[in-house]
Write a new protein. Sequence first.
Length: 204
Amino acid sequence: MSDITLNIDGREVKAKEGMTVLEAAKSADIHIPTLCHNEMLEPYGGCRLCTVEAETRGRTKLVAACLFPVEADLIVRTRSETVDKIRKLILEFLLAHAPDSEKMKELAKEYGADKDRFPKSSSFCILCGLCVRYCAEVKQKNVIAFVDHGAKREINFIPELAAQECWDCKECFPLCPTSYLQAAYHLTHALAFPTLKLETAAKA
Ligand code: SF4
Ligand code: FES
């Protein structure tokens, strides 16, 4: 992997070919906010909070820093009026799901996002997919899955698998930027596990 020099926020940054803009920025202690990114997991590009301006060969576009690969002479702006406006809008939309999440509140303060801009959603899952992907990629258990579509989309535990796998794991809990994951687990536990225990007992 060869070395690449790019420019981030006016600073010359050295990166390796194949790195993302987010990784290059991090190596230079330049902060880009993220919600769906986790170094243990494959890049996902779901939340778009990491949007930055990338200028190459005289053309500027908005890209997700967690997905966009570095290239020689790339010019990246991690803060600009446009970038901040996009992040503010994304946060306002997500705050409709999770107005009480500490992480969301911190970000909202930084970008001046109004938690009441959009009507409150009944689900406080922000669909970052961290729980689903951690369970699939790291634990290889696939206990959590996305269900439903559009505004109703959220995550769910698969009760039969959760009953076997989750009780001594719960490693996904700290990854959730809202409290939805724990709530979903406890709901699954309350509704499904007693039945499963009864079924198991009946079969024995
Ligand atoms: S439950 Fe939490 S970690 Fe899982 S997708 Fe929703 S917000 Fe993300
Ligand atoms: S952190 Fe890049 S899209 Fe979510």
